[in-house]
Design a binder for this molecule. Structure first.
Ligand SMILES: [Mn+2]
Length: 355
């Protein structure tokens, strides 16, 4: 029996839109992500697992600051000498020449880097009799070739899958590989898409923290999987209980004086978005600083975002598109409106190059 803890898509960065500076200056959402990694590390130690895996996109950019490097490495440090660590390089970790985890890292050396295995190329390894195929970020054709060239492996990868679901805040970079290629393997564990999801053949572990209101209903966490001596795979998702994203729409028709505000009892630690849906005059009749005070100081919310949508004034204002929409939804809306659905692929391609 082999026991593994797998996390993915931590995307560590210093500034986070929905966070605020903690007393020590660290962004609170960065700290939430660090806390989530810490939960996975403590869990792995408590359960005495055999392997700890990060499925890619450790950092958000390829040249993370010394501060972010030490935050991450200090968080996984308790594993060193106890549980070997595998890191699969994701698309945010590499530009094919440099990859963020390797760049002359003094910390990595001091952490006895033999205990941390970083994979930037397709590789096969065996851990206690279990055979792994490791597939870091590459073009879909290379991933497909590798999946076809092997079989009966536990695959650890970072790539897109055709038909899998991306989160609301993500832009999908490629069509992704065919799900049928996973049938020849024992099981495939993936990073890249941020939404936790699984079938009989593959799983996206998902990111550890919500990036936007589009992910407000998605669970966030890590996975504990076991491979039996007969190569049967069992998986268990462990929710890290990420900070709640609470979104509420106040409608001029249904709740003219926003009475709902006085029914809320507790928003402790929540990130709150209130959308006022109605006319300009109605929206301007509210005392926004009073609402902010109530939500933040009385109900204990972490942050508040207030938005206004005017219905029926311009056809450009769509209730389907808001701050939580992703690029593709925006492009789809725009190309539909302009009757140029044929431009969708080109639009995606351009955004892909720019982002
Ligand atoms: Mn990725």
């Amino acid at each position: 029996m082999l026991d593994v803890v797998a996390i993915a898509d931590t995307h560590l960065k210093s500034t986070e839109k929905y966070g605020k500076p903690n007393a020590d200056g660290t962004n609170s959402r960065l700290q939430d992500k660090i806390d989530a990694i810490d939960k996975a590390v403590k869990y792995a130690l408590k359960e005495d697992v055999d392997l700890f895996v990060h499925l890619g996109d450790v950092y958000d950019k390829i040249n993370p600051s010394e501060f972010l490097r030490s935050k991450f490495l200090n968080t996984i440090k308790p594993l060193i000498g106890k549980i070997p660590i595998i890191i699969v390089i994701g698309n945010h970790d590499t530009d094919e020449n440099v990859f963020s985890l390797m760049a002359d890292d003094v910390l990595l050396d001091t952490l006895q880097s033999d205990d941390i295995m970083i994979f930037e190329e397709p590789s096969e390894i065996e851990v206690e009799g279990v055979e792994f195929l490791i597939l870091p970020w590459k073009k879909d054709e290379i991933i497909e070739k590798e999946l076809k060239a092997h079989k009966n492996k536990i695959v650890l990868g970072h790539f897109g899958v055709d038909g899998a679901l991306a989160s609301g805040s993500e832009f999908v970079l490629s069509k992704g590989v065919s799900q049928r290629l996973f049938e020849r393997h024992l099981y495939t564990f993936l990073g890249h898409y941020h939404r936790y999801q699984h079938t009989n053949n593959f799983m996206y572990v998902g990111s550890v923290a919500r990036a936007d209101f589009g992910e407000r209903n998605d669970p966030k966490g890590f996975v504990h999987f076991k491979v039996s001596d007969k190569n049967k795979v069992k998986t268990k998702f462990i929710d890290v209980k990420d900070r709640n994203f609470f979104q509420y729409t106040v409608s001029e028709e249904d709740d003219h004086s926003f009475d709902a505000l006085y029914e809320w009892e507790d928003l402790e630690g929540d990130i709150v978005k209130i959308i006022f849906h109605g006319s300009e005059e109605w929206y301007l009749s509210f005392n926004l600083s009073e609402i902010r005070h109530k939500v933040l100081d009385v109900l204990g919310a972490h942050r508040i975002f207030i938005d206004h949508k005017k219905p029926g004034i311009s056809k450009d204002l769509s209730m389907d598109i808001d701050l939580s929409s992703n690029w593709r939804e925006g492009l789809e809306y725009y190309t539909n409106k302009k009757n140029r659905k044929d431009m969708l692929d080109l639009g995606e391609k351009i955004i892909n190059e720019v982002l």
